[in-house]
Design a protein around this ligand. Structure first.
Ligand code: F6P
Length: 373
């Protein structure tokens, strides 16, 4: 009997998803004679058995296409909105997998997807995952696909903002995606020559940022580009969040846990719109006109870069080979020019943040970029 595999894409979309679907599918069908189906809209499609047959013709012409032909969602198996309730639908997904007589299910996603995939693996399904996200924050892989494309888009945006900031003698604050991890803001900030880069891993002092801008002004450079990750925080905000998270981790009992969780959610909610407030503060502190540009979902859209197409294709093909060898319970991690299966337990629930002594941090400092600390 030929093997049957399912594929789903989950979490925020990212360039390279279709290249990965194609890589898995072409290798599975062409090299191993498997049958391949896709589930629509992430774990919800698995729960509802909404499928699409993936064959040579449906896999053709998608390599360069952005987004995901399967659709995606942020639904979680154990907390699925159904009608006006939120329910644990894990068993319905196990049933769906069994009804399709699957030999393996491949979940393409970021940190949340790795956790959800592990839940299904623990229910006895054969699960493999690929690491995708523009945030590059999945643990145990050198890099995630989607990151290189987003890095190119954010860098080009910073390049373009330079000329208008220069012409108008303005400060431009540019908000780059990345809630917990600052890879994208740091990478694009260095590549685009931002004067200040603020990332979640390095809480900032607004006075230090303002002084960096004033110093440039004194040297006759009356414009500055400040690249800020979505999740970058002032020292005070970061302290409050750290305390709230520590309290949540220690909370005993359901009620205390819920209250502590609500407190961290409230802090994140209060943080929304912080880049506008930052631009206003810097304007007040420096006397230089400032503007805010939020790059937002532009960073996730459109055709993948060559590097992402290559990465997604090779991880996809490696994944099909692992299924053929009956390997499961792993994420196919990028390791140098190759790949390596790593146990899902080692990935799920972990984030790859920018280490404070990372080469990119050192490089930014070496070229005189202010990191706000
Ligand atoms: O996929 C990760 C990410 O791009 C984060 O950087 C960003 O905070 C988030 O997605 C936005 O998600 P959504 O599209 O659901 O608003």
């Amino acid at each position: 009997m030929p093997k049957s595999i399912g594929i789903l894409t989950s979490g925020g979309d990212s360039p390279g998803l279709n290249a990965a679907i194609r890589g898995i599918g072409k290798a599975a069908i062409g090299q191993h004679g498997m049958q391949v189906i896709g589930f629509r809209d992430g774990f919800r499609g698995l729960m509802e058995s909404r499928l699409v047959r993936l064959d040579s013709s449906s896999l053709s012409g998608i390599l360069t296409v952005g987004g995901t032909i399967l659709g995606t969602s942020r639904d979680k198996p154990h907390r699925m909105p159904v009608g006006n309730k939120v329910m644990d639908m894990t068993d319905a997904m196990v049933d769906s997998y069994e009804r399709q007589h699957l030999d393996a299910l491949i979940c393409l996603g970021g940190g949340g997807t790795q956790k959800n995939a592990l839940r299904l693996q623990e229910k006895g399904l054969n699960i493999l995952t690929l690491p995708k996200t523009i945030d590059n924050d999945v643990a145990m892989t050198d890099v995630t696909f989607g990151f290189d494309t987003a890095l190119g888009i954010a860098t080009e945006a910073i390049d373009r903002l330079h000329s208008t900031a220069h012409s108008h003698h303005r400060i431009i604050v540019v908000e780059v995606m990345g809630h917990r991890a600052g890879w994208l803001a740091l990478g694009a900030g260095i590549a685009g020559g931002a004067d200040v880069i603020l990332i979640p891993e390095i809480p900032y002092d607004v006075e230090i940022v303002a002084e960096a801008v004033r110093r440039r002004s004194r040297r006759g450079r009356h414009f500055s580009i400040i690249a800020v990750a979505e999740g970058a925080m002032s020292r005070q905000e970061a302290d409050s969040l750290r305390q709230a998270e520590a309290k949540a981790a220690k909370a005993d009992g359901k009620k205390a846990k819920r209250k502590a969780k609500e407190a961290t959610t409230a802090l994140w909610a209060a943080h929304r719109g912080h880049t506008l407030r930052l631009a206003e503060n810097i304007e007040a502190l420096t006397g230089l006109e400032s503007r805010l540009t939020i790059l937002g979902h532009l960073q996730r859209g459109g055709t993948p870069s060559a590097a992402d197409r290559l990465l997604a294709t090779r991880l996809g093909a490696a994944c099909a080979n692992l299924v053929a060898e009956d390997v499961s319970g792993v994420m196919v991690a990028a390791r140098g020019e190759g790949s390596e299966p790593v146990p899902l337990e080692d990935v799920a629930g972990k984030l790859k943040l920018v280490p404070l002594d990372h080469g990119w941090v050192q490089t930014a400092r070496a070229v005189g970029t202010c990191l706000g600390d």
